[in-house]
Design a protein around this ligand. Structure first.
Ligand SMILES: *Cc1c(COP(=O)(O)O)cnc(C)c1O
Length: 231
């Protein structure tokens, strides 16, 4: 079932690329299989079906799985990160999507320096200014990006959005489109270290719309693994 779902999502991504009007139809889209609240067996099944990228929300849960998974994968931290877990996050994750403050960026830079790593990160944007969501507001993005670009052990790769959970998925389209504008604008800027090439947006309910509007990384959990059982 997981293998079938995974392949089905890949097909839908390819079809959504064909419907793009602004972004290139050819640009690759990375599918991150979001495995939070699913066990290691499910993760192995997805990887054996071709999944190359794994997304986890919480450092502690990811650490336990990391030790027993016994498969190669690129690890993405997609959930909120507290500064006191920066060290573990840097040890484990290839890309951290949820950087949204100078304080967190600094903690990650320090942790990366200690292990001689350059940590790839995205800045999470709270475009709809939802009170319960993390992320920087659009007007604060530029200054955070400049601060991050000064940090020797961080490499900014792009931006990430968690869209509001609208009933009508078409309501998310203008937000995705605005993120694409911000992304293309960032790409034209001159940086010391940053290499902007990732636009992370779209989940099970809205990944096709996100790809249509230019997402090149989507994060899908339920669509691959089924509903999550929260313990
Ligand atoms: C859980 C989660 C996802 C996946 O959500 P689904 O609706 O199950 O596809 C994607 N991104 C983030 C940040 C998440 O927390």
């Amino acid at each position: 079932m997981i293998a079938e779902n995974y392949k089905n999502i890949l097909k839908k991504i390819e079809a959504a690329k064909e419907r793009r009007t602004r972004a290139s139809k050819k640009d690759n889209v990375t599918l991150v299989a979001v495995t939070k609240n699913h066990d290691v067996n499910a993760m192995r099944e997805a990887i054996d079906a071709g999944a190359t990228d794994i997304g986890e929300n919480r450092v502690q849960e990811a650490r336990e799985k990391f030790q027993t998974l016994n498969r190669n994968a690129t690890w993405h931290l997609i959930g909120h990160l507290q500064t006191n877990k920066a060290k573990f996050a840097v040890e484990m994750f290839d890309l951290i999507h949820s950087v949204d403050s100078f304080k967190l960026a600094k903690a990650l830079n320090d942790a990366a320096q200690n292990t001689d790593k350059v940590q790839n990160i995205l800045v999470q944007v709270n475009l709809a200014k939802e009170a319960q969501k993390f992320g920087v507001f659009k007007e604060d993005l530029s200054s955070l990006v400049e601060e991050i670009d000064e940090m020797e052990h961080l490499k900014l790769k792009g931006i990430m959005l968690i869209a509001p959970n609208f009933n009508d998925k078409e309501e998310t389209r203008p937000l995705f489109s605005e993120m694409y504008d911000i992304f293309t604008d960032l790409k034209t800027r001159l940086f010391k270290r940053a290499e902007i090439n990732i636009l992370s947006m779209g989940m099970t309910g809205d990944f096709e719309t996100a790809v249509e509007e230019g997402a090149n990384l989507v994060r899908v959990g339920t669509g691959i693994f089924g509903a999550r059982n929260y313990l």
